[in-house]
Design a protein around this ligand. Structure first.
Ligand SMILES: [Zn+2]
Length: 146
């Protein structure tokens, strides 16, 4: 379960709980803090998800403190989660921090399928958002680069 007072990725106690704002990010690791389930209930989220493209690059991080990031490509995007193609294996139940030009999220791995290509192995990974923050929202929004 998501503890509303903690960052789901690095576990920092931020104490924001119900005052988490749409644009809130963790002051330590920069992860999105806005609960994805709230996003699902909101009209703006639905509007955005219909509008955005389904394929784009993202980077993800598997652990805190961050050692390195990995590059992947999305295959499908919905308001519940995303499907990505990764050249790095991840395991079910693992928590990932996602950064991209479309959205930032913390997401949990719910499905992993190995795919063989001519050249190298890759994995199709299904992710469910824990927190979610779109970049192209309608409101006044200040991008913070950590
Ligand atoms: Zn954090």
């Amino acid at each position: 379960m998501l503890d509303p007072n903690k960052c789901p990725f690095c576990d920092l106690s931020h104490g924001l709980a119900n005052s988490i704002k749409y644009e809130s990010v963790c002051s330590r690791c920069g992860s999105a803090l806005y609960p994805a389930e709230k996003q699902i209930l909101e009209q703006s989220g639905n509007r955005i998800i219909k509008r955005i493209e389904k394929e784009w690059p993202l980077s993800f991080y598997t652990q805190w403190p961050i050692k390195r990031g990995y590059i992947a490509k999305t295959q499908d995007v919905s308001l519940n989660g995303i499907q990505i193609l990764s050249h790095t294996p991840v395991s079910e139940g693992q928590l990932l921090k996602i950064n991209s030009h479309m959205l930032d999220a913390v997401a949990i791995v719910v499905d992993v399928r190995e795919q063989h290509t001519m050249l190298k192995k890759r994995w199709r990974v299904g992710l469910q958002y824990v927190t979610l923050r779109f970049h192209n929202t309608q409101g006044t929004f200040v991008e913070v680069n950590a």
